[in-house]
Design a protein around this ligand. Sequence first.
Ligand code: ZN
Length: 336
Amino acid sequence: MPSLLRLERHTERSEIRIPGTGAAAPCEVEVRTDPLTGAVARINRARQGRPRQHEAMPVPEAAKGCPFCPENLEISTPAFAPDFCQSGRIRVGRAVAFPNMYPLSSMHSVVVFTPEHKLGINAYSPEEFADGIAASAAFARAADERGCPFHFLGWNHLGQAGASILHPHFQVIAGKSPVSSLKECLASCISYRAKGSRSFWDDLLESEVSSPRYVGKTRGFTWVAPWAPTGACEVIGVLEEDSTSLLGLERESVLGLAEGISRILRGYWALGIRSVTMGVFSLPPGHGDGAFRLHARIMGRSRRIGCDRAFLELYGSEVGLTEFPEEYAAALRGFF
Ligand SMILES: [Zn+2]
């Protein structure tokens, strides 16, 4: 019998315009797929050279050398090629999107959603998040028009969550196929509906609004703590209307998503959480044939110990937690 082992990889290439000189430099990301599980690894050696901001540095001093602060942003960050964005950077309100200098895909954007170098998660307004989400959607739309219809919006806040630059910023990765978690989520949604012809999301909202895991509502979104959280004090915000994508989201619903994030963060602050990770699960408009729904997941990151991802999380694909969703949902409900 011949071996079936397939060691598959491809290289995603892009060009970055070096800040200051504007000279073009090649970027390469090698994407490898595990021959047994299909798990994906994205390798970009240049990421070793990422600058690093430290939390211990006082904000006024840190802001002086911060590439994402408004006085430095134009000279310290790269611009999009004119055929991607005429003005070089996508601006929505006070949010600015530009290419990631150290990308993990050929289309990887940084979205600085506030010009203010403020690190406290209790200090962000819904408008700041709304501008950041709208700028992210504008980047995803431009990527879609260039053959990358899938997008993933994420946020790591502070070093504990994996952020190298502490100035608050989202990231959006766009590609020809969805990131693995979106692919798995879509498959689970389709398989759930195939069993009883109902959408998981309709069932979830119907069941959980009257449960002790209910957190609150904002314009167009319902927020609940998941039955089996994937991280500390995790909350899911589910779009109430049957829509899959950030790209088709009305401004009112963008504001609703932003307001929910802002309220949860204020609640987290009261619970002692200072660092967070967020992912927005969004597919191209109409994708998944009614089984999938746009939703966001947000979790706190532990500062009590050095790292909250250990052998059980990394190699067991399970998570060890200390808080019950019913208990922290009750605490967060007070912020809605
Ligand atoms: Zn800054």
